[in-house]
Design a protein around this ligand. Structure first.
Ligand code: C2E
Ligand code: CA
Ligand code: CA
Ligand code: CA
Length: 279
């Protein structure tokens, strides 16, 4: 790096300015959206690999602007993360998802998890544990029904501290899944020290399962790793019967993806569950 007396901005200002301006605008829009209740949680079912049994739902945030247009979380979550807004937003997400889980429980659903995404910044916040404990308590859901999805790259930062936080989350009774597994740089020797329950195979490996031999090899390796560590394993982004069948043949036990259902609004998720319970 060029030494300019500590003024990094000087070096980057020319190419950062456009991006920075876009982020500042996005941040303002996010704050306003929050005040105007433009955020909503959607829920995507998770199934056992045969597709017969509903085993959970993943809560996914949606932002619908006043004109009806949706902005992808892949666009705004990184901004919320960078600006720190994700801390408040994440509390709201967890609260809404816990309430939805309590609602599904009251409808008669059992043996399921409500999976909630936790961003790195949220996870690293000093009050994270306290906040999670309070929200779980207030929603009166058995914490065993809540699964926190933490990405592989999040848990690989500051490993010792991370293990401690995960242990405390486990002692609160929560389930823990490692999201986007295979995309980070897990040290396998550390992995066995994490008190986790599940690995979630990233959809980038599932997408070309039928055509790409190395993706198949990676998926197999993750499934075997999970089983050897006594962890459950779920594949995300399952869109075709061929992908599902290959996952089943390789003993992956859980799937999530458009093949079974897209994420849907709360009311529709409740009807979906009620339909399942009737059968
Ligand atoms: P993710 O946690 O890896 O979530 C999986 C994404 O894959 C979701 O996109 C989901 O809608 C999409 N998906 C599910 N099944 C399929 C499929 O069969 N095919 C394809 N192509 N995609 C599928 P979404 O909802 O747009 O979210 C994108 C990312 O934004 C998430 O990736 C996550 O990193 C972040 N995100 C979304 N909601 C939340 C949230 O509530 N909190 C946090 N911290 N991050 C969130
Ligand atoms: Ca996720
Ligand atoms: Ca994922
Ligand atoms: Ca992802």
């Amino acid at each position: 790096a060029i030494d300019n007396g500590g003024n990094q901005a000087l070096v980057y200002s020319a190419d950062m300015s456009n991006r920075e301006q876009a982020w500042v605008a996005m941040e303002a829009a996010l704050r306003q959206a929050f005040e105007q209740d433009q955020f909503q949680m959607y829920y995507q079912p998770q199934f056992d690999v045969t597709g017969n049994q509903l085993i959970g739902m993943e809560a996914l945030i949606r932002w619908q602007q006043a004109d009806g247009q949706f902005i992808s979380p892949a666009e705004f979550i990184p901004v919320a993360e960078q600006t720190g807004m994700i801390v408040n937003m994440g509390q709201w997400i967890l609260k809404v998802a816990c309430e939805q889980a309590a609602h599904l429980y009251q409808s008669g659903l059992r043996d399921f998890v409500m999976a909630v995404n936790i961003s790195a910044r949220q996870f690293q916040h000093p009050k994270f544990l306290e906040t999670v404990a309070r929200i779980i308590d207030e929603s009166q859901i058995d914490p065993a029904y809540i699964e926190l999805e933490i990405t592989e790259s999040t848990i690989m930062q500051n490993i010792e501290h991370c293990i401690e936080i995960l242990q405390q989350l486990k002692s609160l009774g929560l389930a823990l899944a490692v999201d986007d597994f295979g995309t980070g740089y897990s040290s396998l020797s550390y992995l066995k020290r994490f008190p986790i329950d599940k690995l979630k195979i990233d959809q980038s490996f599932v997408r070309n399962l039928g055509s790409d031999k190395s993706d198949l090899a990676i998926v197999r390796a993750i499934i075997d790793l999970a089983h050897n560590l006594d962890l459950a394993v779920i594949a995300e982004g399952v869109e075709t019967e061929q992908q599902r069948a290959m996952l089943e043949a390789n003993r992956c036990e859980q799937i999530q993806g458009y093949l079974i259902s897209k994420p849907m609004p709360a009311a529709q998720a409740v009807s979906f569950v009620n339909e399942k319970l009737k059968r």
